[in-house]
Design a protein around this ligand. Structure first.
Ligand code: HEM
Length: 198
């Protein structure tokens, strides 16, 4: 029997969602802070790309709140949730909220774009990586000691896309903190335990 003061919790996030979320967060943060050593930046980038692909497949093959059909809503629902959130009156969701869902889609797209542009740059700059068989290395004048070579366009695009991704991550964490406060629950802890109160 459950007393009125006991909190009943139910599972909401499966093991794949939790493990892939924290690995993705780790990969994105490691990549943000390391340009060198090069191998580390490159391999954490691959890790992020693989996690995004697996998460997209899980959005169709997984069950419950992992499925895209569970949390992808139209813009009207997203705005109405956000408007309610800043007035502390929005409905609480067991899965992702409409705004959380929109942010997740944006994050998955931008992490994929960051990894993709990184691979294009790796192929053009070093003739390496999975895209080097389809994208040729760009021949450039030899490096002169003490002088910086102008960056390739693909490097500039990669950095701009990475900056936008980081901005989304900051908004994502801000949204998690705000929603946790409004709904009086610890959403980050739920992403660890996989459980939420009913
Ligand atoms: C680089 C950093 C991060 C990235 C790329 C990221 C990305 C994501 C993604 C893709 C999801 C969707 C999970 C899924 O359904 O598979 C998600 C959800 C979530 N993330 Fe993050 N995340 C990051 C950092 C963090 C941090 C630091 C926290 C802790 C404050 C956090 C807390 C959460 C929570 C609580 C959810 C579930 C939100 C909800 O209840 O709707 N994330 N994140």
């Amino acid at each position: 029997m459950t007393s009125a003061t006991q909190t009943v919790e139910v599972p909401v996030w499966d093991a794949f969602i939790r493990v892939s979320h924290w690995l993705l967060a780790l990969a994105v943060l490691v990549d943000w802070f390391t340009d060198e050593p090069r191998w580390m930046h490159v391999w954490f980038g691959y890790l992020a790309a693989v996690l995004v692909v697996l998460r997209v497949l899980w959005g169709f093959a997984g069950s419950g709140h992992a499925r895209f059909s569970d949390f992808i809503c139209g813009p009207r629902q997203v705005w109405s949730y956000l408007a309610g959130l800043i007035q502390f009156s929005s409905r609480r969701y067991m899965g992702h909220s409409p705004a959380g869902g929109a942010m997740i889609v944006a994050l998955l797209i931008m992490v994929a774009a960051t990894a993709g542009t990184g691979m294009v740059n790796l192929a053009q700059d070093e003739g390496a990586g999975p895209l080097s068989s389809v994208i040729s290395k760009v021949e450039r004048p030899a490096r002169v000691p003490g002088q910086k070579r102008p960056p390739l366009l693909s490097k500039q695009v990669h950095e701009t896309v990475a900056n936008i991704t980081l901005l989304l991550v900051i908004l994502h964490i801000g949204g998690v903190v705000l929603a946790s406060f409004v709904h009086k629950e610890n959403l980050a802890a739920s992403m660890i335990t996989g459980r939420k109160r009913v």
